[in-house]
Design a protein. Structure first.
Length: 258
C-alpha cells in the first residue's frame, strides 16, 4: 500500500499524511507549541521545542576545571577510611618480597668462634624479640670448621628455626654496616638455650681425621627472593651434633631490619 490516505474517497475528501508499515496505516502528526487555545507555531529548527533543565549545566569547561583541581591523597589511610581489596577465590599465588618499597633501617653482623664438644650443643642463635616492631631479614649464615688435632668423629652443623625465642647464653654485640644505621633489635647469642624446630634450612658435615688449621665449610648466601624472615618472637639456631673437643667452629649471621 502507498503512504498517505484520502478521506471520504467517494466525494473527494482531504488527504492526510500516513505511513504504510506492513499494510497498516500510521498517521503522521506535527508538534505545535502553545498553551490551551494558543498556537505558537509548528516545532522546527527555527521554532524549537522549549525545555527547562532541572539543574544548571556548567558551561565553558567549568565542570572540567572543577575536576582538574581535585587530586587524590597520597599514601595509606586508616582502615575506616579505606576500601577493602577482594582477591579472587581462585587467585594464583601472589609473590611478595620485602625489597619492594620496604624501608631498610640497618644492616648488621655478629658471630663467634667455638670449641667442639663431645655431645650435641647449640652454637649460635639470632632472634627477633617479641613486640620489636620490626622484621629481621637474615641474608647470610656463615659456617666454618677446623681443628687443632685429629678430629674423630666429624660433627654435623645444622641451621634451623627455633620452637621459641632463644634465651640465656652470651649476647654477642652486633656490628652496624654503616654508623648511621639504627640500633639493631636482633639479638645474637652464643651457646644459647634453644630448641630446634622440626626440619632444617641447611645441614653439613665438618671434616674428620686430621683437617687443616681452618676450613670453610659453607657460606649460605640469601637474597631478597629466599632470605629468611623472622617475625617478632622468632629465632634461628646453628647447632652441632655429637663431635670432638679438638674441633673448632666459626659461625656468623648477617641480617637487615625493616
Amino acid at each position: 500500500m502507498a503512504d498517505n490516505t484520502t478521506l471520504n474517497t467517494g466525494t473527494g475528501g482531504d488527504v492526510i499524511a500516513t505511513d504504510d508499515i506492513g499494510g497498516i496505516k500510521v498517521q503522521r502528526v506535527k508538534f505545535i507549541i502553545g498553551n490551551d487555545g494558543v498556537n505558537n507555531g509548528d516545532v522546527s529548527a527555527t521554532n524549537p521545542l522549549p525545555i527547562t533543565a532541572p539543574v544548571a549545566i556548567p558551561v565553558a569547561g567549568a565542570l572540567l576545571t572543577s575536576i582538574d583541581t581535585k587530586t587524590l591523597a597520597a599514601g595509606q589511610s586508616v582502615m575506616a577510611s579505606s576500601s577493602p581489596v577482594v582477591i579472587a577465590s581462585n587467585q594464583t599465588p601472589i609473590p611478595v618480597t620485602i625489597g619492594a618499597g620496604a624501608v631498610i633501617l640497618g644492616s648488621y653482623g655478629a658471630g663467634a668462634a667455638f670449641v667442639g664438644t663431645v655431645g650435641a650443643s647449640n652454637l649460635l642463635s639470632i632472634e627477633n624479640p617479641a613486640a620489636s616492631g620490626r622484621t629481621v631479614v637474615v641474608r647470610r649464615a656463615s659456617l666454618g670448621a677446623g681443628g687443632t688435632a685429629a678430629v674423630n668423629p666429624s660433627a654435623t652443623l645444622t641451621l634451623s628455626r627455633t620452637t621459641a625465642t632463644p634465651t640465656a647464653g652470651t649476647v654477642i654485640t652486633a656490628q652496624k654496616r654503616k654508623t648511621a644505621d639504627a640500633a639493631p633489635v636482633g639479638i645474637v647469642r652464643s651457646v644459647p638455650t634453644a630448641t630446634a624446630a622440626a626440619g632444617v634450612y641447611f645441614s653439613t658435615n665438618t671434616p674428620g681425621g686430621n683437617p687443616p688449621s681452618f676450613a670453610t665449610i659453607e657460606a649460605i648466601q640469601m637474597d631478597y627472593a629466599d632470605a629468611i624472615e623472622l617475625a617478632a618472637g622468632e629465632g634461628l639456631l646453628v647447632s652441632q651434633s655429637a663431635g670432638d673437643i679438638d674441633a673448632t667452629f666459626s659461625v656468623s649471621f648477617y641480617w637487615q631490619e625493616v
